[in-house]
Write a protein that binds this ligand. Structure first.
Ligand code: PMT
Length: 406
């Protein structure tokens, strides 16, 4: 990730725990994300994984020894400290956390950490009783107060045989946190209301009408907004995706529930982005009992759901409104019509017939259209990338508005 300018460098400090194997995958993901990665290993870490593994994946010699003359002349611990845009320790043992909290710098990792001015992210991994130990907890509180970032360990089966909190979070989660810490916070002060996923309109207690939306687009928007410093309320139809921890999630089922939640949150937000695939119709009478199978055809009467976005467009009150348009024909014409009918600032036109675009996958293909008729036709990209492009457009629009008002 270059975040618009120079390539970012992340130092990954690896300390001695069984979760070292997950740090290997983390380094692979970071390199895949176009980040420069420099690994520093403690002696104990090298008991679990060899430096060669990290060197092969990062493409850089692994730094291990403060007093190794070759390493010091080639890399230099101060150079290392200065090169970092972010310093991550994953996994972090109770021992290293204790040393950092006490100001001890007795090996390369703790020495470079002491010298760096980069933000620091620590991902502890250890036995549950070690994690709960009040000394460790006090050390974490102390470091948090100083400004160190911590990730909560995950819960589950621990290598020591216990069940509970102490697992290193999955590498994808750590990557997410790293991206967030590296990202320019250009959405600070914004409060986004984002909708995601499908609505489910019940026919009876066990059946419903719904659509193929997975929530991926809306959750990608929520992740990107948090990364860039915005506050996020995510109103989501049923989805299997875990939201970022900084997001306030309001789970809903039906369009009516989504409408209620959105209208309640609307006054507090600065912008709304509706990526949800809200059902346009719902059964007139949902049966309170399971419908019985019969020989005759079953007629179900549907009535229109309220159009949530159109309602917001009527009471806009200076907020930016972004809609999505899932289309199978006349993409731009239909999307532009919805933009004006619903009084939106931007619409993301989604041709859902194209491979790699629309429902369920990790990628999308979209054209972003504004009220002037200007459009930005984007090629296939991940939903995370598209989310960032939408925010870039929103920021440009805000700049244009504030220029117009000055
Ligand atoms: O969730 P994914 O699997 O990642 O899929 C992503 C997506 C295809 C669902 C997403 O990219 C998308 O296109 N979402 C909008 C789908 C849709 O309902 O489009 P529409 O053209 O029917 O609605 C236009 C806009 O009005 C949408 O912003 C919609 O949220 C909103 N709407 C629609 C109906 C309704 N009753 N109330 C609304 O507010």
């Amino acid at each position: 990730m270059t975040v618009g300018e120079k390539e970012k460098t992340v130092i990954i400090g690896v300390t001695g725990g069984i979760a070292c194997y997950k740090a290997v995958e983390l380094v692979r993901l970071l390199v895949k994300d176009s980040l420069a990665v420099q690994v520093i290993m403690t002696r104990a870490a090298m008991e679990f994984v060899t430096p060669l593994t990290f060197q092969t994946l990062s493409g850089k010699p692994v730094a291990t020894e403060t007093f190794n003359l070759t390493q010091e002349s080639e890399i230099g611990h101060i150079n290392l400290a200065d090169s970092a845009d972010l310093f991550v320790i994953a996994p972090a043992t109770a021992n290293v956390i204790g040393k950092i909290a006490a100001g001890i710098a007795d090996d390369l990792l703790t020495t470079v950490l002491m010298a760096t001015q980069a933000p620091v992210l620590i991902a502890p991994a250890m036995n549950i009783h070690m994690y709960e130990n009040p000394i460790l907890q006090e050390n974490i509180r102390k470091l948090r107060r100083i400004g160190y970032h911590f990730m909560e360990p995950a819960e589950g089966y621990l290598a020591c045989g216990y069940e509970g909190k102490g697992r290193l979070p999955e590498p994808e989660k750590i990557l997410e946190e790293i991206r967030s810490l590296l990202r320019k916070k250009d959405l600070l002060g914004e409060r986004f209301l984002i909708t995601a996923g499908p609505s489910r309109e019940p026919l009876d207690p066990v059946r419903y009408i719904s659509n193929r939306s997975s929530g991926k687009m809306g959750y990608a928007l929520a992740r990107a907004a948090v990364r860039r410093g915005a506050g996020v309320v995510l109103v989501s139809g049923p989805s299997a995706i875990e939201p970022p921890s900084a997001v306030r999630l309001i789970p809903v089922n039906t369009a009516a529930e989504m409408r209620r939640a959105v209208l309640e949150q609307f006054p507090e937000c600065t912008a709304v982005i509706m990526a949800a695939a809200v059902a346009d119709y719902r059964p007139v009478d949902a049966s309170s009992k399971k419908l019985k199978r019969g020989k005759a055809p079953l007629d179900i009467r549907l009535e229109p759901n309220p159009d949530i976005l159109r309602e917001l467009g009527r009471r806009k009150n200076g907020k930016l409104l972004v809609g999505f348009a899932a289309e199978t024909e006349e993409l731009i014409a239909n999307a532009t019509r919805k933009l004006h009918e619903k009084n939106l600032d931007l619409i993301v036109a989604n041709d859902v017939t194209q491979a790699g675009g629309g429902f369920d996958g990790d990628t999308n293909i979209a054209t972003i259209v504004d009220r002037s008729g200007a459009s930005d036709s984007l090629s296939l990209m991940t939903k995370d990338e598209l989310a960032d492009r939408i925010y870039d457009h929103l920021l440009a629009l805000k700049d244009k508005h504030s220029d117009g008002n000055s």
